[in-house]
Design a protein around this ligand. Structure first.
Ligand SMILES: [Cu+2]
Length: 154
């Protein structure tokens, strides 16, 4: 009981500080939200040696490709989309040894995220990009890169 009054004061001070900080940095917070928003996500699931794709990305925007392997075997992932971009692999994915710069692997039950800064189509048109598993050549799919000309001057 005696500790109640003691706890009350420290709670009041941080709230005051947060409100003050939000008022001062309102513009910065808004900017941060706007900067975070354009990241586009493509979700790809490997199951029964087939790919299921959902989502798309926009030309010249931050892109995340989330690849989930729901199979019982390791799958590879490579795409013509990676040809001219620097890809960063996160999660459980890894670069396939001796297979060149953009061949990734994801083990059964694992997930990887492939991030890159620009999905450039090389023109102003929307485009589809092939992706495939180098271990199972019949496993092929397509990803969409959409061009939205005239919106926001991107
Ligand atoms: Cu495979």
């Amino acid at each position: 009981m005696g500790t109640k009054g003691y706890l009350y004061k420290p709670l009041v001070i941080p709230i005051t500080l947060v409100v003050g900080a939000l008022l001062v940095m309102g513009g910065m917070v808004t900017a941060a939200i706007q900067a975070a928003e354009p990241t586009k996500k493509i979700e790809i699931v490997a199951k029964d040696k087939e790919w299921k794709v959902s989502g798309y990305t926009l030309k010249d925007e931050l892109t995340e490709i989330v690849v989930r392997n729901e199979d019982t075997i390791t799958h590879g992932f490579n795409s013509s989309l990676f040809k001219d971009v620097k890809v960063k692999v996160e999660g459980d994915g890894y670069l396939a040894k001796g297979m060149g710069p953009n061949v990734y692997r994801v083990d059964p039950g694992k997930m990887m995220i492939l991030k890159f800064s620009k999905a450039s189509t090389g023109s102003d048109e929307s485009a589809t990009y092939a992706f495939w598993c180098d271990l199972h050549p019949h496993m092929k799919g397509e990803m969409f890169v959409l061009s939205v000309k005239g919106e926001g001057g991107g």
